[in-house]
Write a protein that binds this ligand. Structure first.
Ligand code: KIV
Ligand code: ZN
Length: 512
């Protein structure tokens, strides 16, 4: 039987560091459950010392997952490790993940520490973490730009101190596949006790090479890949889970390992991450992009009809993308809805189903058929977005070629009903002006985009906004058959996310 590579998912930690992608605890809990069902071996739930919100989310996830290891990140300080352990001590399978930078540039300019001091800090941290759990991971931050022999030295010392996994990050996405594979081989052959630990890799995508680097590393002997769904993460993101898993799955003769991932859960989880974070998947994104399985060119279509494998190297159903989408209409019942939502990855309570069912009926009255994309919006807006500060009650807009556009809005601000009206240079401007007035918020609108959720003129409009206030950035997303209402929902979602960020300040690693 083939060896398995450990899939370490860090969507909820490194992925959440994507600008604007903050998730609340409820959203993280739901994703954590989905990730466990997807079959990830380790889930990095957060960085508990970074904020109370992070601590709380990690702690709740640790209490929920039964099979997946729950990792908590910590710098090499005792207080970080104490905090990480406190958050995961009740987990079925806890893991402490401690890290320190090992490149000369980071040690000189950021840490102001010598090599010896960094090795000492790493060893003490691993030993301290080991006093809580046997399962300890050590990461050499900026590993790909570190001196090779120093890396081997620090990994050897960390393993000697008890680390069961040592991780080589390409923190700034600088590595080239051949170089990174060689580095892994070098570590495997020059770290005397490497056989006592799992060698892991963690790549960033600044040069678009994160997946290639991860695959090169696995070919060279790494046996843990740190990844995120849709490749979300700081700057250009992290290695994408679906790309690595499907490369291993599609080219088994070439690659020496397999994974525990249930590939048919990939697409539903990808959609959920996108719905929850508000980060759209680019259409040409490998595996989960809208065009990944679309064959437009006539010559391709002809070949596909004769034999799909002429142009298709993977079957869409392997990643859970089915052409036979269930189409629901206003006569569809609650049981059909519940069963279909389960297939999409949403296991709802009776109370949640009640809310979703009534919103589904409302939409089915406006739109003859309701498809998966519509259902995802209903679930996200109806039950995932909890504890909102601002919510829309009604919106009326006057606009056209001969009137000054005006919006009247009634909404709740912290449970209190307020209403007002404002003009604008267009219906969306009028709506946003009114909402800004009623909420008293001064957020700057950095980006606004609108797209049709599906085909057809009756499709729901899907709006995303990017807002900034006092250095905080939040994404907002909203969908509705009426695009002005969709815009209002997106704006309010962005404002709610800003409120969440204000209430749960995250300390950056540098300022901690
Ligand atoms: O990119 C990085 O170096 C990290 C470490 C904390 C593992 O995210
Ligand atoms: Zn990272």
């Amino acid at each position: 039987m083939k060896e398995c590579v450990i899939i370490f998912d860090t969507t909820l930690r490194d992925g959440e560091q994507s600008p604007g992608a903050s998730m609340n605890t409820g959203e993280k809990m739901r994703l954590a459950t989905q990730l466990e069902n997807l079959g990830v071996d380790v889930l990095e739930a957060g960085f508990p010392a970074a904020s109370e919100g992070d601590f709380e989310a990690v702690s709740q996830i640790a209490g929920k997952l039964k099979h997946t290891e729950v990792a908590a990140l910590a710098r090499t300080t005792k207080s970080d490790i104490d905090c990480a352990w406190k958050a995961i001590e009740h987990a079925a399978k806890p893991r402490i993940h401690t890290f320190i930078a090992t490149s000369d540039i980071h040690m000189d300019y950021k840490l102001n520490m010598s090599r010896d001091e960094v090795v000492k800090a790493a060893v003490e941290a691993v030993k301290y973490a080991k006093s809580f759990t046997d399962n300890v991971e050590f990461s050499a931050e900026d590993g790909s730009r570190s001196d090779r022999d120093f890396l081997c030295r620090i990994f050897e010392a960390a393993i000697e101190a008890g680390a069961t996994t040592v991780n080589l990050p390409d923190t700034v996405g600088y590595a080239i596949p051949q170089e990174f594979g060689d580095l892994v081989r070098y570590i495997m052959t020059h770290t005397s006790n490497i056989h006592k630990a799992v060698l892991s890799v963690h790549c960033h995508n600044d040069l678009g090479l994160a997946t290639a680097n991860t695959i090169a590393a696995i070919s060279a002997g790494a046996r843990q890949a740190e990844v995120t769904i849709n490749g979300i993460g700081e700057r250009a993101g992290n290695t994408s889970l679906e790309e690595v898993v499907m490369a291993l799955h599609t080219r088994p003769n070439f690659l020496p390992v397999t994974t525990h991932i249930k590939t048919n859960h990939i697409y539903p989880v990808s959609r959920q991450v996108s719905m929850i974070t508000g980060i759209m998947v680019q259409p040409n994104k490998a595996i989960v992009g809208a065009n990944a399985f679309a064959h437009e060119a006539g010559i391709h279509q002809d070949g596909m009809l004769k034999n799909p494998m002429t142009y298709e190297i993977m079957k869409p159903e392997t990643i859970g993308l089915s052409e036979n989408k269930l189409v629901l209409g206003k006569h569809s019942g609650r049981h059909a809805l519940r069963a279909h939502l389960k297939d999409l990855g949403y296991d709802l309570s009776d109370e949640e189903l009640k809310i979703v069912f009534s919103k589904f009926k409302e939409l089915a009255d406006k739109k003859k058929i309701v498809v998966d994309e519509d259902l995802e919006v209903i679930v996200t807006e109806g039950v995932l977005r909890t504890a909102e500060v601002f919510s829309l009650e009604y919106l009326n807009v006057i606009s056209g070629t001969t009137v000054l556009p005006m919006a009247s809005v009634k909404m709740k601000v912290n449970g209190r009903l307020v209403q007002g009206a404002r003009y604008g240079n267009g219906p969306i401007d009028a709506t946003f002006n009114t909402i800004a007035d009623l909420t008293g918020e001064k957020a700057e609108l950095l980006r606004f985009s609108i797209a049709a959720l599906t085909g057809g003129t009756d499709a729901q409009g899907e709006v995303t906004v990017r807002l900034r206030e006092n250095g905080l950035i939040a994404l907002g997303r909203g969908a509705d058959p009426d695009i002005i209402t969709a815009s209002a929902k997106a704006y309010l979602n962005g404002l709610n996310r800003l409120e969440y960020l204000k209430a749960h300040p995250i300390k950056s690693m540098e300022t901690l």
